[in-house]
Design a protein around this ligand. Sequence first.
Ligand code: ADP
Ligand code: MN
Ligand code: MN
Ligand code: MN
Length: 370
Amino acid sequence: MAETSIEKTQILQKYLELDQRGRIIAEYVWIDGTGNLRSKGRTLKKKVTSIDQLPEWNFDGSSTNQAPGHDSDIYLKPVAFYPDPFRRGDNIVVLAACYNNDGTPNKFNHRHEAAKLFAAHKDEEIWFGLEQEYTLLDMYDNVYGWPKGGFPAPQDPYYCGVGAGKVYARDLIEAHYRACLYAGLELSGINAEVMPSQWEFQVGPCTGIELGDQLWMARYLLHRVAEEFGIKISFHPKPLKGDWNGAGCHTNVSTKEMRLPGGMKYIEQAIEKLSKRHAEHIKLYGSDNEMRLTGRHETASMTAFSSGVANRGSSIRIPRSVAKEGCGYFEDRRPASNIDPYLVTGIMCETVCGAIDSANMTKEFEREFS
Ligand code: ADP
Ligand code: MN
Ligand code: MN
Ligand code: MN
């Protein structure tokens, strides 16, 4: 009998090498009723090359907070698929959006409305790059690698840290990075954060709805990889009170106009529009964000809107290089690490590019874009 994890891995390896006889495994991934991820696998007869080859599926929504027991079927509609870095070969991971029995989007399916906004504003070619920060926890919910019952030395050497005692779990982070690239996700980079055992990966730039899809899948891969290391991932915006940085999800945005020469004019217009909807945006920018947006630790106040060039203490930052070139993108620093990216990119599109009358959209339009 296998005693050690190495022995178990050797046994598993034998089975992983077995021929699948042409069939593939599709792991369907969805967002549950509390912002966590769930997934289940199914066998498909052959390799999948386009999204419409993937069947709709369903699950018991009463077990995930998504439906009442008497009407518990929730439908999984595939919206994107990627090569599966765990099973490899032709196996895939499938991102699915949740729909109720009557065809309406499930209450936690924020993708549905966002997709309509992006479809209506297709010509603006809105790009997003999100900086997902997160914290590693051990199995007892202590910050991973911190001394038992105590604290590491104060923040300073950890941001982009190098060397023992300054960096935690580089193996897990590297594994996740590789898994994302294998899956074809647009990870633009990765770095250790200011608080020890806090990390960041950046997804983007991606156009419109694709950002939300990719970010959710990158989160899924992170949970899965971390599972293998026995480490928990927390997306809480302020996992530790006191003099430790919180975790955010800075949202970098540009439209086609902003990226072209002279684009600064459009960046300024967008910031003006954002200043008028501060409270509405904050509502969608994550729960417990008031613990993080204190005006300290590189954040701005939660109640007052501000903007500035190269200012990491403002709500919106224009990168120095963008100001110099006169075009590019801006960064919204307000979103918390636990946001639903569909909500954040959706309201951003609405504020910057304009609201749409989604109720009056044609059925064809809905079918094509949701
Ligand atoms: P920071 O200096 O704030 O830590 P990062 O390098 O972590 O910045 O993240 C910047 C993000 O901005 C990346 O995800 C990148 O892909 C994204 N980005 C770059 N150019 C654009 C653009 N034109 N539009 C939208 N996002 C962009
Ligand atoms: Mn960053
Ligand atoms: Mn960061
Ligand atoms: Mn940033």
